[in-house]
Design a binder for this molecule. Structure first.
Ligand SMILES: Cc1cc2nc3c(=O)[nH]c(=O)nc-3n(C[C@H](O)[C@H](O)[C@H](O)COP(=O)(O)OP(=O)(O)OC[C@H]3O[C@@H](n4cnc5c(N)ncnc54)[C@H](O)[C@@H]3O)c2cc1C
Length: 378
């Protein structure tokens, strides 16, 4: 069986690891990504705030050596979901089973003035470049602002606001600075009222201005103001933005998208095309766009492929659950577990920020790198 996995992010890496572990050389897996290596979303914040260096958080795909898996670094130019065939800069690839795990692309230029007058911290280059920008910042009004929905990792803007507070405090600049968080959501993490309450309490303690239900439409770089969708204007000295998200162009052109994303069966991750699955941020499956959900979806697809190889039906259905780690800066890391099931309100648990949470988050990263790349990471 030939399995073609498009995208070596959270979803693609988990899927190929499980297939290799279970089937080894009995399955021919080709994993394609245009990048040189994988970077965790949370590592972007670590580099940006000077907690680590860029070289330490890029996990090169050349380290990916797994029985039955061939990694190809190339750009995918066209996807034919009917023929289960893709065209790339390295030629065409055909599959018996095709899995689209190409994530969400980011478009800073879609927000007028963002590139000229602000900074975005969601792409790898954007977050890494902010390390120097923050180091040079002499204090003032920092806005953390979201420019469109949906966006990856909904807690990340709140985490960023808390980390900006710590960063400015450590540099003796906090007293001369303001921090505002402009979010299009009614609460920091709407599916988890407990987590939202804890974040709002942390904002109040630290004097971070929380502005809910607000979308940044544009920046005026000359006047240094953020222009909001409701017509208001907010002046800033440093703007840290979440840019517009969209499905990668090659996915949009494949005809697989409805309303911008790939619809899938929420229990099996199958698309409407036979033999074609989609997992993670590229889908409209109903969970937030976050790595933990992409990973859980990949595990369901892996189980289905493994069972199919043995001529059996898939033993599992996707349960919509994921555990997220929330950075509270100096207070440590909190944990939220939320389950999203179609037709039901999200439900979950919350563990407040602690040093134990910080250790568990580090372990989350190291276990993935060990399983996916076969090496230690500290
Ligand atoms: C600041 C920040 C913090 C975050 N923190 C967390 C967190 O703490 N926990 C969490 O679970 N999630 C977090 N996330 C979200 C997480 O990074 C994403 O949701 C997750 O990576 C999605 O996984 P995926 O497999 O769907 O896509 P991705 O991991 O984005 O992988 C998609 C891959 O497809 C490749 N690709 C795209 N187009 C092409 C093409 N045409 N040709 C070839 N290759 C292509 C890309 O190079 C990429 O490697 C965070 C995100 C950000 C920005």
């Amino acid at each position: 069986m030939r399995v073609l996995v498009l995208g070596a992010g959270f979803g693609g890496l988990e899927l190929t690891t499980q297939l290799s572990d279970e089937l080894g050389g009995d399955v021919e897996v080709v994993l394609i990504d245009k990048g040189e290596g994988f970077v965790f979303g949370f590592s972007k914040l670590d580099v940006m705030f000077g907690r680590t260096v860029a070289d330490a958080v890029v996990h090169p795909y050349r380290d990916l050596v797994k029985p039955g898996v061939r990694f190809v670094q190339t750009t995918i130019r066209a996807i034919d979901p009917v023929a289960r065939r893709v065209e790339t800069d390295d030629g065409a690839f055909d599959a018996d089973i095709l899995v689209v795990a190409l994530g969400a692309d980011l478009d800073p230029s879609a927000t007028p003035g963002l590139v000229e007058g602000g900074h975005e911290f969601y792409t790898v280059p954007g977050a890494f470049a902010l390390r120097d920008v923050l180091a040079d910042f002499g204090g003032g009004h920092v806005i953390v602002g979201v420019t469109s929905t949906p966006f990856k990792c909904p807690p990340a803007p709140s985490e960023t606001a808390l980390l900006v507070h710590d960063y400015l405090t450590e540099r003796g600049l906090r007293a001369d600075s303001e921090i505002s968080l402009l979010m299009p959501l009614p609460a920091p993490i709407p599916p988890s009222p407990q987590a939202s309450e804890a974040i709002l309490a942390a904002f109040a303690e630290r004097g971070i201005r929380w502005c809910p239900n607000v979308l940044v439409r544009a920046l005026d770089p000359e006047r240094k103001v953020a222009l909001l969708a409701d017509g208001d204007e907010v002046p800033y000295d440093l703007f840290l933005g979440v840019p517009k998200h969209h499905a990668p162009e090659v996915v949009q052109q494949s005809g697989m998208c409805v309303d911008g994303w790939i619809p899938v069966d929420p229990l099996t991750l199958q698309t409407s095309y036979p033999g074609v699955y989609a997992v993670g941020d590229v889908t409209s499956v109903g969970t937030p766009k976050a790595g933990v959900f992409a990973e859980g979806q990949a595990a369901v697809v892996a189980a289905s492929i493994i069972a199919g190889q043995a001529g059996a039906a898939s033993p599992v259905e996707y349960d919509g659950s994921g555990k997220c780690y929330l950075e509270f800066g100096s207070d440590g890391v909190a944990r939220v577990e939320v389950t999203f099931m179609p037709g039901r309100a999200p439900s979950g648990t919350f563990e407040p920020a602690s040093a134990e949470g910080t250790a568990l988050k580090a372990e989350f990263g190291t276990t993935r790198i060990r399983r996916w790349f076969g090496r230690d990471w500290s």
